[in-house]
Write a protein that binds this ligand. Structure first.
Ligand SMILES: Nc1ncnc2c1ncn2[C@@H]1O[C@H](COP(=O)(O)OP(=O)(O)OP(=O)(O)O)[C@@H](O)[C@H]1O
Ligand SMILES: [Mg+2]
Length: 226
């Protein structure tokens, strides 16, 4: 099933006299249960496209459909609700909070939503167990390896059980072994849990993990390799 669809999406940034066409008529269809990579050079529009799909950036033109819903028709509050319920994001800079333990970081989105703390902790611990870092859950993330921190960030992205997982360069700071471990987890999430996993990357070592690879160049999505 198509879970992410862009129709003729355009985005331009204007700073004084400078105009950058970050996205020029992007048409995309991304399937659920699949891991799709978005690959392209620096400045080609990857993060811009991811931010639009994340619903935090509004396109100048074109239509975005997520899980069959027409995002253009949502107001800001509806978008925020949709995002919180359906989208999990993993960034290259992990944005983990150093004064909290790993478990506290992971359950933060649930606490914000008003979930009871003990329930939230049970959910968080079970997720960390699946990602093989439960024994580290009461430490601050600064005492974890980079690969373990990346898994903690994935746990936090998953805590609300989102259908769409977006990742911006999730393996670029990792060695081959940890990078492969993260990609194996992401691929597993896509295929076994009925989710859509969409990953921006420069890292050719992880191309073999993809079901589909989409190339973007100078704001234009070029081709889709099946
Ligand atoms: N807020 C902004 N204001 C002005 N220009 C911007 C803004 N955000 C992005 N751009 C420009 O839009 C183009 C696409 O940027 P984007 O961040 O999407 O690239 P990217 O493919 O993610 O690059 P990288 O691989 O370096 O992260 C670039 O030319 C960039 O300078
Ligand atoms: Mg980027």
């Amino acid at each position: 099933m198509i879970s992410i669809q862009c129709k003729d999406v355009r985005k331009c940034f204007i700073n004084g006299k400078n105009k950058t066409e970050a996205l020029r008529s992007v048409n995309l269809e991304i399937l659920d249960k699949k891991l799709t990579l978005l690959v392209g050079p620096s400045g080609s529009g990857k993060t811009t496209l991811l931010s639009i799909i994340e619903t935090i950036l509004t396109p100048d033109e074109g239509d975005l459909f997520l899980l069959g819903q027409h995002v253009n028709k949502m107001n800001e509050l509806e978008k925020a609700y949709f995002r919180n319920k359906n989208i999990g994001v993993v960034f290259q800079a992990l944005h983990l909070i150093p004064t909290l333990t790993v478990l506290e970081n992971v359950i933060l989105p649930l606490i914000i939503k008003g979930e009871e703390e003990n329930n939230a902790k049970k959910k968080g611990a079970s997720l960390l167990e699946q990602l093989y870092i439960k024994e580290k859950m009461n430490l601050p993330h600064t005492q974890l390896s980079i690969g373990e921190q990346q898994r903690a960030a994935i746990a936090r992205a998953l805590i609300n059980d989102p259908k769409i997982i977006l990742c911006d360069e999730p393996t670029s700071a990792l060695d081959q072994e940890n990078g492969h471990a993260i990609m194996a987890i992401l691929r597993d999430l896509a295929s076994s849990d009925n989710r859509t996993v969409f990953v921006i990357t420069h890292d050719h070592r992880i191309f073999p993990f993809a079901d589909h690879i989409i190339n973007i160049n100078d704001g234009i999505v070029e081709k889709k390799n099946e």
